[in-house]
Design a binder for this molecule. Structure first.
Ligand code: TXA
Ligand code: MG
Length: 313
């Protein structure tokens, strides 16, 4: 299959309506979308990505009106979060209706819903006239794509079309919160921070046992990993002097003449991390040293991605 790229949103929407899959930009990372109500179209996503079938997809919507079609009830906590953070990088897990094919939610009784803020994503949802199921548009296990070229590198020959946009603004995936039970649970930290969420709905559970049914199944799989080994360090001076084919990313400047990235702050660090992983793989780097950050604000999401990339989670 030949993979084309385009700026034409209507063309992408036509493919979605024609049971095809299309990669598209969002404010977090690029997604690989299909009509969320069409089991056969959704199945193509799993094949293209090589995604395990037990990992559910997020359903993207254009307007809150579509919600009543998809979910059984919307608890008050969820309503408050939607009012505060939608459209935006927040996915809310709710009890699903049967109209959602089982492969979208990997057989769970819930579904994750997100209303993206990205203008192109919104147009695609509007023109396609249907909710769109979409995971990140990377090969399963690789870092999520933050530019359309990353999507091309991973999936060319496997998908018909990439809808192009600017590089992703947040660079890490949406925050996922489970509101299907009385006690809300943070399943995946993201750029909407725990502190921001708690300001709106009060205390949120963050410790999830890997066996609990609430655990985000995707978080059990290996994720976000470059080919290089990732080592988390506190300061760049810990990089061994004789280490070769190594690279460094962190807020503290590194004086060594190695492949380096120095983001200005934690938001920038998150935005640049996955692209840096991909650069390192292209340069055949062996070890990536990444400086730790505090577990506060967006630092929580950043540490989560770093720990996973380092195989520590
Ligand atoms: O920012 C994002 O969320 C991007 C863009 C494209 O929207 N999408 C994304 O999708 O990151 P994906 O499939 O790579 O990650 C979805 C995460 C996985 O960890 C999955 O297990 C979890 O959300 N998830 C989805 N539905 C769920 C459900 N019903 N219950 C628990 N976790 C769920
Ligand atoms: Mg993903």
């Amino acid at each position: 299959m030949q993979t084309r790229s385009t700026n034409n949103v209507r063309e992408a929407a036509r493919l979605i309506q024609g049971r095809e899959i299309v990669a598209f930009p969002t404010e977090t990372v690029y997604g690989l979308g299909a009509n969320a109500l069409d089991e056969k179209a959704v199945a193509k996503i799993f094949i293209a990505k090589g995604r395990p079938a037990d990992n559910p997809l997020i359903v993207h919507i254009y307007s809150e009106k579509q919600l009543s079609l998809l979910v059984k009830k919307i608890p008050n906590n969820a309503k408050k979060l939607m009012r505060a953070f939608w459209p935006g990088p927040l996915t809310i897990v709710l009890p699903r209706k049967k109209i959602i094919p089982p492969n979208v939610s990997a057989g769970l009784s819930t579904v994750g819903i997100r209303m993206p803020a990205h203008a192109t994503a919104r147009k695609l949802l509007q023109y396609a006239h249907t909710p769109i199921a979409a995971p990140s548009a990377n090969t399963s296990g690789k870092p999520s794509p933050t530019s359309w070229k990353h999507v091309y590198d991973d999936l060319h020959g496997k998908i018909p079309l990439i809808l192009k946009g600017k590089n992703a603004q947040h660079g890490i995936e949406s925050t996922v919160i489970d509101c299907s039970h009385a006690q809300p649970v943070l399943l995946r930290p993201g750029s909407i921070t725990l502190e921001q969420l708690e300001k709106v709905i009060g205390p949120i559970q963050t410790k999830i046992s890997k066996k609990s049914p609430a655990a985000s199944p995707g978080m059990r799989h290996k994720h976000y990993s470059p080919r290089a080994r990732v080592k988390i360090i506190t300061h760049p001076k810990e990089i061994p002097a004789r280490s070769t084919r190594c690279a460094y990313i962190g807020l503290e400047k590194c004086a060594r003449k190695i492949v380096c990235k120095h983001p200005q702050n934690e938001r920038e660090y998150a935005q640049q991390l996955f692209a840096f992983f991909r650069v390192c793989d292209r340069k055949n780097i062996r070890v990536i040293y990444a400086q730790r950050v505090t577990n506060k604000g967006v630092g929580r999401a950043l540490m989560d991605r770093l720990m996973r990339a380092a195989g520590k989670k």
